[in-house]
Design a protein around this ligand. Structure first.
Ligand code: HEM
Length: 446
C-alpha cells in the first residue's frame, strides 16, 4: 500500500490547537471531523495526536493489534488516584489482574446483585417522594450520581461504608476534577504543586485509602466475613500460583471499580431522561412496556429480557451521549494503519462520540430513534459502529452490571414517577472523565 498522508489540523500559527481543543473538546472533534474526515492529526504544539472516528481503525487498535497500543500519559495521571487498578494497569500485570477480577463480573455472579440494586432503588424512589408535585425542581444528574454511587459502594463493599457515602463521593469528585485539570491544562499542573491543590488531593486520596484498608483488615480479622459482594470475590481470587491480591492491589481495584462504575451509569440515566423528556411519544411507549412487564410489583431479573424497548432506549441514548466518549492509547512500537505511519510513542484518540455521530454510518445521527436498536437492526450492523463499552480484550468489565442496573432503575423510576423537564434550563454536554451534563438535567417530579 502506498503511504498515506493525513491532514495535520492546526488552528493558529503559534498555539496550533492548544487553545481551541481544550476550550470545546466535542465541538472541536465534530467540526474537524466534518472538515477533514474520520482520520487526521491534531497539532497540540507540544505533541501531535492521531484522532479517528473510523470503525476499521477502532478494530485495529482495540483488537487486531491491541498489544501495540498501550495506556498513554493521561492514564498515568489517572493512576495518581486509581493506582494500578484495571483501568490504568497494562501489559502482563493487567492481563493477570483482569483474569483474577473477571469471575466477579460474570453474569451469574451479577444476578446475585439484583436484590441490592432493587432495594437501594426503592429507597431512592422513596427519597424522591418529597419532591412530588412541588415547585422545586430536582437535578436528575446529581440524583442519579447519588443512587449509582450507593449501589456501587453496596455491591463492592456490602454495608461497610454506609455512613461514609457523602465524604467518599466528595473526595472522589475533587480528585477527578484535579486530575482532568492536570491533563488538560499544563499550567494548572505546575501551579498545583504551589497553591496547595496537589497536597489537598493527596490528603483526600489518603483518607480514601485508610477507609478501604480498614474494611479489608476488618474482613481479614472477621470469623464470618461477607461472601457475596465484589470485594469478597476479589479477596478470594487466586492466581495460577495460588497467590491472592495484595492489599494495595485490592485498594486499587476497589477505587477503580467505584470510579469507573458509578459516574458512567449515572450519566447514562440522566441523558436518557433528558432525551425522553424531549420525546414524549418514546417515553409513553417505554412506560407502557414497563407497566406491562412489571406492573405494580418490583422488577426482577427475569423482567430484563422482556424490557426490550427500555433497553433499546438506553442503547440509543448511549449512542448520542456516550458516557465514555473517547478512548486513548499510545503506539508502543510504531505501526502502519491503512497506509498511514504511526510513529512509536504517538498518542491516538478514538472518539466514540464522533463514531456514534458519524454520518457515513448513521442516518440522521442527531435524531433520537431507539428503533435503530431492534434486534434485527443490531444484527445487521457491524459491531464496530457502536462501542459505548469499548471493545477487544479491554472492553468494559462492568457492561452487564451497568445494563442491569440502568434497566432496573429505569423500570423502578417510571412505574412510580413522571419527570417533567425544565426546558428553560440549558443542557450542555461537558466532556470530563465521562460525558456529563454541565449544569445537570433539571426536572419536576410528578
Ligand atoms: C454506562 C456505563 C458504563 C460505560 C459507558 C462504561 C464504559 C467503559 C469503556 C468504554 C471502557 C474501556 C476503556 C478503554 O478501553 O480504555 C471501560 C472499562 C472499564 N469499566 Fe466500564 N463502563 C460503564 C460501567 C461500568 C461499571 C458499572 C463498572 C464496574 C462495576 C465498570 C468498570 C470498568 C473497568 C474496571 C474498566 C477497565 C477494564 C480493563 O481495562 O480491563 N464500568 N468502561
Amino acid at each position: 500500500m502506498t503511504p498515506q498522508k493525513l491532514t495535520i489540523v492546526s488552528d493558529h500559527w503559534l498555539f496550533k490547537c492548544l487553545k481551541t481543543l481544550p476550550a470545546d473538546v466535542l465541538g472541536f472533534v465534530e467540526e474537524k471531523t466534518e472538515k477533514h474526515g474520520d482520520f487526521f492529526i491534531v497539532d497540540m504544539l507540544l505533541f501531535k495526536a492521531f484522532l479517528t472516528s473510523k470503525p476499521s481503525i477502532f478494530q485495529h487498535v482495540l483488537q487486531s493489534n491491541h498489544r501495540n497500543y498501550i495506556r498513554d500519559k493521561a492514564f498515568k495521571e489517572l493512576g495518581l488516584a486509581l493506582g494500578n487498578g484495571l483501568l490504568v494497569n497494562d501489559g502482563e500485570s493487567w492481563k493477570k489482574q483482569r483474569k483474577l477480577a473477571q469471575p466477579a463480573f460474570n453474569k451469574k455472579r451479577l444476578e446475585g446483585m439484583v436484590d441490592v440494586m432493587v432495594d437501594e432503588g426503592v429507597k431512592f424512589c422513596d427519597s424522591l417522594e418529597q419532591y412530588r408535585n412541588k415547585d422545586e425542581r430536582v437535578n436528575l444528574l446529581s440524583k442519579m450520581m447519588e443512587i449509582t454511587s450507593t449501589i456501587a459502594l453496596k455491591t463492592l463493599l456490602g454495608g461497610a461504608l454506609d455512613g461514609e457515602h457523602a465524604s467518599v463521593e466528595e473526595n472522589i469528585t475533587f480528585a477527578q476534577q484535579h486530575i482532568i485539570s492536570r491533563i488538560r491544562k499544563p499550567a494548572y499542573k505546575f501551579l498545583s504543586y504551589f497553591n496547595g491543590k496537589h497536597k489537598e488531593f493527596n490528603q483526600k486520596i489518603h483518607e480514601f485509602d485508610d477507609l478501604i484498608l480498614n474494611v479489608i483488615n476488618d474482613r481479614r480479622n472477621s470469623a464470618d466475613p461477607p461472601d457475596s459482594d465484589l470485594l469478597s470475590m476479589l479477596m478470594s481470587a487466586r492466581d495460577e500460583d495460588g497467590e491472592p491480591m495484595s492489599d494495595k492491589q485490592l485498594r486499587d481495584e476497589v477505587i477503580t471499580i467505584f470510579v469507573a462504575g458509578h459516574e458512567t451509569s449515572a450519566n447514562s440515566l440522566a441523558w436518557t431522561f433528558y432525551l425522553l423528556g424531549q420525546h414524549p411519544e418514546i417515553y409513553k411507549k417505554l412506560k407502557e412496556e414497563v407497566n406491562q412487564v412489571v406492573g405494580d410489583r418490583l422488577p426482577v431479573l427475569g423482567d430484563l429480557r422482556a424490557l426490550q424497548y427500555t433497553r433499546m432506549v438506553i442503547e440509543e441514548s448511549m449512542r448520542i451521549y456516550p458516557p465514555a466518549y473517547l478512548l486513548s492509547r499510545e503506539c508502543a512500537e510504531g505501526d502502519t494503519i491503512e497506509g498511514v505511519t504511526i510513529p512509536k510513542g504517538k498518542p491516538i484518540i478514538l472518539s466514540i462520540y464522533a463514531l456514534h455521530r458519524n454520518k457515513m454510518l448513521w442516518e440522521n445521527p442527531l435524531e433520537f430513534n431507539p428503533e435503530r436498536f431492534t434486534p434485527e437492526r443490531v444484527k445487521e450492523r457491524p459491531k464496530w459502529h457502536y462501542l459505548p463499552f469499548g471493545a477487544g480484550p479491554r472492553m468494559c468489565i462492568g457492561n452487564h452490571f451497568a445494563m442491569m442496573e440502568i434497566q432496573l432503575l429505569m423500570a423502578l423510576l417510571v412505574t412510580r414517577f413522571d419527570f417533567v423537564l425544565d426546558k428553560n434550563h440549558e443542557v450542555i454536554p461537558e466532556p470530563l472523565v465521562t460525558l456529563r451534563a454541565k449544569t445537570g438535567v433539571m426536572a419536576w417530579v410528578k
